[in-house]
Design a protein around this ligand. Sequence first.
Ligand code: SDX
Length: 426
Amino acid sequence: MTDKKAHLTVDGLDAAIELPIYNSSTGPDVIDVTSITKNGFFTFDPGFMSTASCESKITFIDGDKGILLHRGYPIDQLADHSDYLETCYLLLNGELPNDTQKQEFTNAVKNHSAVDPSVAALIKTFKRDAHPMAILCSAVAALAAVYNEGLDITKEEDRKITAHRLIGQMPTLAAMVYKHSQGEEFIAPDSTLGYAENYLNMTFGKAGQAPKVSQVLAKAMDRIFILHADHEQNASTSTVRLSGSSGTNPFAAIAAGIATLWGPAHGGANEAVLKMLEEIGSVDNIDKFVAKAKDKNDPFRLMGFGHRVYKNFDPRAKVMKQTCDEVLAELGLENDPLLAIAKRLEKIALEDEYFIQKKLYPNVDFYSGIIMKAIGIPTEMFTVIFATGRAVGWYAHWDEMVSSAYKIGRPRQLYTGSVQRDYPSK
Ligand code: SDX
């Protein structure tokens, strides 16, 4: 709280409504509008474009400057110097782990990476061509059936083991979903492997064969997980907070987040980017698609471009582009036609007045799909990878909420329907 106040004058009210202002540590301060209901008003902010739904210490984004900080550390520094499990520890605990803490956290996650047979059986009940996000959403909801009795979310220890189970099992579930789509046997987690290495082995390994995962691809996969780990109050994280605010099972709340992430306006954009690049097919066709994206009468949008918060480069897109170049060079795919289309499309869009005026830049999804395709991950699995990386962010926000005083979220509305009327007498 500060001594500063906002004074809202309203026609017809004798006195201005005085509203407290709270200071941020960086970024915009907030005006507490809770008291305006006493004067018979609600605020109106569809899409929450100007609404701070909560107080948080986890992630900070400056959209105008293209800044993304996790507990104060810039995303490019974490991508260069950290690894995914260390970043998970940081997001959950607020500080980087020392060597002992890192080893203990890594062991705890590894010890909880096996999936209950009931969930494995559930995955096998789906059609093999079912969308992987539908299966993942159901599988994580099923974890709420496995871990419910005796789970007390008011106890820190229960919340800690839940974090280990979620972070440990997401890659195992992601790999199982892929294996099911291929009609192949599931590969069990291997505690001798690193986190991303283990995911790639469970995905592309063969039953009974020793793991052989490229360290370059494992490093790229780990970086993709880091870049997707958290992003403040995005749609899926806000879903997890709102769902969790009722006190529901945390795995059920995470499953709700997965459902939200699936949409093409959100995490589904990485899959949509690849489909768009394949539809463009050649650099010769780019101008036609850019024109469609600019045409107000055409619903087509340049997938992987634009962001609700970033009105500058998404800092994750810069790291993703660098990783893309590294991986494709390592694989001898630097002449990949989709990469050529993506780079040309980015150049044209960034020089086009429409995109400049609307501040539309490449976002995290623009290059991630090209890397994942090069690694051998099918397009419809891209958002499953996004969810696997983002699970820790969803959990960190849920944990931050339930470990503090919180109320069930319950927005109000601008009602413009029929006023009260009587049922017609017969
Ligand atoms: C993610 O919130 C997060 O943090 C999300 C995320 C995370 O890590 O959790 O960062 C991950 O979801 C990234 C975004 C992935 N989505 C896409 O790439 C899909 C394509 N992008 C757009 O659909 C759009 O940019 C959104 C949804 C991302 C943001 O849309 P907004 O903020 O609601 O903006 P808007 O739709 O009101 O667009 C503003 C203007 C409009 O034109 P006008 O009506 O003002 O004339 O910009 C235009 C839009 O038509 N516009 C685009 C465009 N995005 C916006 N025009 C062409 N192509 C686009 N991609």
